[in-house]
Structures are given as structure tokens and as C-alpha cells.
Write a protein that binds this ligand. Sequence first.
Ligand code: ATP
Length: 235
Amino acid sequence: MSLLEVEGLEAGYGPVTVVRDLSFSVDEGKVVTILGANGAGKTTTLRALSGVARARGRIDFAGEQLTGRSPEWIVRRGIAHVPEGRGNFATLTVEENLRLGAYVRKDDKVREDIARCFGYFPRLEERRTQAAGSLSGGEQQMLAIARGLMLRPRLMLLDEPSHGLSPLITREVFKILREIVDEGTTLLIVEQNANLVLEFADHAYVLETGRLVLDGSAEEIGADEGVRRSYLGMV
Ligand code: ATP
């Protein structure tokens, strides 16, 4: 059984339905990506998983149903959402942001985990007392990922991690994501940059106007010229 199994998901906001009849799964220890053009419903899918968008259907995570649960309940089950726009607290320092990332935890390992995050992202350690709002775009993305890690998640949802970053910083961020996967965290990534993420992921799902149109190994999807042209906006 997969770590995450979604079946017949319908998701949206109030009366607006964005995602329809979507089924997909994510195996533990893997990297799965959801691709598609602007407005295809990728962000809404992640929001439905973390309880912040309206959702109907089955969302099974490690044997428990998430549909209808609160975002806080879902976070406590081990799903961290690193949103588009990063969601850092701009006036708080790097270290304060990391502590906030651990707000649902009651154990005494928070200090240890802050050190672990600084191990992944030495730039953040250098800037630990700086306000998050004063960081560069790349550092803010690193902070958002590190904040998510402070939950010790089993599954991390990443929305456009490369957005607004230079190719060099993007490579740095993905290199660290690889380490995070190697240490046991499962990733579900939404990306506009299909080339980049298809090299990184194990499996890919492609959405078009809220419906699943394709799925396959990242290698297969990436190698298919027709798919690249029709669905991924690549020539
Ligand atoms: P993008 O890459 O542009 O974020 P996406 O595939 O992530 O695209 P979504 O953000 O899920 O797409 O948006 C899908 C549709 O849902 C769009 O038509 C958008 O206008 C609509 N939508 C997004 N957020 C809301 C909201 N809060 N209320 C109503 N409709 C929304």
C-alpha cells in the first residue's frame, strides 16, 4: 500500500470546483510530481491534501482518512506543506521561523532539528538572527523547506520550489531535497519547470483543467516528445 492514496478527489473553493475525479498515489520514500499548465489545479490539489481547500473523495494517508480533517490535524499526522510564496513570517528571524515550524511538537528535540536544518542550509545558519523578509529569494525558499522539515514530516508537499530562483540556486535547493529524500522523507512536488522536476522525480502525473490526463514514470513522461509539446509547454 502507498503512503498516500487519493481516489476520486474533487477539490475547490466555495462553489468553485477546480479538481475533478483525481486519483493518484505516492509511495513512501519516492518523489512524485504533479505537472500541468497554469490553472490546471496543481496548487488546489496540494491545498486539498493539507486541509485548506474544500475536498471530497478519499485521501488515505498511512491508513487514515484525511478528507474533512483540519489543517492542524493533518500536520500532526506528518504532512508538511511548503506553499507557493513560501509563507515565512517576514518580521521574525530565521531561527524564530524554524521554531514556529515545530509548533505542533511536544518533544525536546527541536534544538537538535534546528541544527540539522542548518546542516542542510549553512546559509541559514549564517543568517539565523536576520529577519526572514530580508533574505534573498533562494534563502527564503530554503527557510520555507527548513520550516517544513521542523515538523519531521513523513510527506512533504512542495509548491513550485524553483519559482523565482536562478538556475544555480535552484540546483542547490534540489541537491538538498535529494538529501532529504535519501534520509527518508517522501516528496510530492508541483512545478512549472517540468524539465527540472522530471529529472528529479520517480513518477509524474499530468493535470489539464483539473483532470488527470497522463501518468507514468518521470523518465517515460520526460522522454515523450508529444507529451512534452502537448501538455508541458516544451518544444
Ligand atoms: P498555477 O501554477 O498558476 O498556480 P495551478 O495548476 O496550481 O496553477 P491552481 O492554483 O490550483 O492552479 O488554480 C486552479 C484554478 O482555481 C484557477 O482557475 C484559479 O483561478 C482557481 N482558484 C485558485 N484559488 C482560488 C480561490 N481561492 N478561490 C477561487 N478560485 C480559485
